[in-house]
Design a binder for this molecule. Structure first.
Ligand code: CMP
Length: 139
């Protein structure tokens, strides 16, 4: 089934000027980038986006990392896009990520892990709506 998922290319990646290299892996896996915008997140935006992790010990550091540099927010479309992008990203901790995945190739640490991707179709919809309107998404 054709799905849409939400992606963020994180500050550790924009800082190292590797957004194109990451997009090449995304496109190489057959996912289409149907919306994309570079944005400097506000603290309020980052806090809201990661609200589910508010009680976790790494929340404060996560929020400050996400607002330190610009990010690239994206909508990816393709067959089974949510699960496929999670496979393409690799495990959250780059030490556990499979060969050829974005996090294995580029991530610096569990916090600076280069990309975020939605973990379910329901969350993809919620996350996409935080950054894009229907008119922004051109499939
Ligand atoms: P992400 O997919 O963006 O979702 C939450 C983020 O928290 C995660 O990727 C990591 O970058 C970050 N994080 C930092 N420390 C941890 C941790 N110990 N466990 C899980 N996520 C962590």
């Amino acid at each position: 089934m054709t799905e849409r998922t939400f992606s963020i290319i994180k500050p550790d990646a924009t800082r190292r000027n590797i957004t194109g290299a990451i997009n090449a892996v995304i496109e190489g896996a057959g996912l289409r980038i149907v919306a994309q915008r570079r944005v400097k997140l506000t603290e309020a935006q980052a806090k809201k986006f990661y609200e589910v992790h508010a009680e976790r010990p790494f929340y404060g550091e996560l929020v400050s990392q996400m607002i330190a540099e610009p990010v690239v927010v994206q909508v990816l479309e393709g067959d089974n896009a949510v699960a496929k992008y999670r496979e393409v990203m690799g495990a959250t901790n780059p030490n556990d990520a499979a060969e050829g995945t974005i996090r294995k190739l580029f991530a610096l640490s569990i916090g600076e892990n280069s990309v975020h991707g939605s973990d379910s179709l329901d969350n993809a919809k919620i996350e996409i709506e935080q950054f894009f309107t229907d008119a922004d998404i051109v499939g």
